[in-house]
Design a protein around this ligand. Structure first.
Ligand SMILES: C[S@@+](CC[C@H](N)C(=O)[O-])C[C@H]1O[C@@H](n2cnc3c(N)ncnc32)[C@H](O)[C@@H]1O
Length: 287
């Protein structure tokens, strides 16, 4: 386990993932009934944007910092950016970037329950320190896929799972396919947001096809490329598979994705895709 998200915090992939996370959570708070969030690969929870890791890659400069300077922001970015500013601004400069569990907690209410699994002992300890004293949050030092098996479906029966693995294992897509198939078998109505890198595009398309063959809940694909697709050596793009996407995503993403592709593009890049992998049938909106 060598992955350290401190090198990547606030990059273009985080911007897309955290924007969608914020929109989903914002939607869940519209009903008074409490909800549950499981963050299976939670990370440290907060990242120093002036630290050596962030300085070394400069990835946040091509991500969150561009948004802070961009004019004409789409309205749908507001829930995400408001929390980024609130949690990270020091004397008018963004110094810290919130990871998914901190961002999630900031968008949840007292009584909404968050469980964050983080297997790396040092990252897990940092997260536990950050969340200490929050009675509605539990940090678990365990495998995220095991946590998913053990904790879903939640007694609340409404909520969200974020699966954001580091893709260090060569069989991560296979692990995701298994985990998500089992998840839908146990909890059809839950929203699930799965993050993936786009480096090996054929592998991504095989992953999509397997999910399409196995699942039968509305599923959306949202992708963002900031670099040209070839050569496929770097992280050229990023994607999310979103099971049971709440309604605000249907209207927000067609505006947000092209806008992000424009603002976050590197030379020669800047593309996006939004498609139903499994079409939504007419019926009640999840959540
Ligand atoms: C991409 S980072 C998470 C970033 C975080 N979700 C965010 O958005 O701020 C992936 C994290 O998963 C952790 N990890 C790796 N394998 C894991 C496993 N099997 N179960 C839980 N966490 C794991 C890594 O230590 C790393 O902190």
């Amino acid at each position: 386990m060598n992955y350290d998200h401190a090198y990547h915090a606030g990059n273009f992939a985080d911007v897309l993932k955290h924007t969608v996370l914020a929109l989903c959570l914002n939607h869940l708070t519209r009903k008074p009934k409490p909800f549950f969030v499981l963050d299976t690969h939670a990370g440290q929870g907060r990242f120093d944007l002036a630290g050596p890791e962030a300085e070394k890659t400069g990835e946040a400069r091509g991500g969150i910092f561009r948004l802070l300077e961009a004019p004409d922001l789409p309205e749908a970015l507001a829930p995400y950016l408001a929390q980024v500013r609130r949690l990270g601004m020091v004397e008018g400069t963004l110094r810290r970037y919130p990871g998914s569990p901190l961002l999630a907690r900031a968008l949840m209410r007292p009584g909404d329950r968050l469980v964050a699994a983080e297997l790396h002992p040092v990252h897990g300890e940092s997260l536990a320190r950050l969340m200490r004293g929050d009675r509605d949050t539990r940090i678990e030092a365990r495998d995220g896929y095991e946590a998913l098996k053990a904790l879903v479906p939640p007694p609340e029966r409404r909520g969200l799972v974020l699966i954001d693995p580091p893709f260090e294992r060569t069989d991560e897509f296979t692990a995701l396919e298994r985990a998500v198939t089992a998840l839908v078998g146990r909890w059809r109505a839950g929203t699930c947001v799965i993050w993936y890198p786009i480096k090996d595009e054929p592998a991504v398309r095989r992953f999509h096809q397997t999910l399409k063959d196995r699942l039968d809940v509305p599923t959306l694909i949202a992708e963002l490329w900031v670099r040209p697709r070839f050569p496929p050596l770097k992280l050229n793009g990023t994607g999310l598979v979103i099971l049971n996407p709440p309604y605000p995503l249907h209207t927000a993403l067609p505006e947000v994705l092209p806008w992000l592709a424009g603002v976050l593009a590197e030379p020669g890049g800047g593309d996006w895709r939004l498609d139903w992998l499994i079409e939504e049938r007419m019926g009640p909106c999840p959540g």
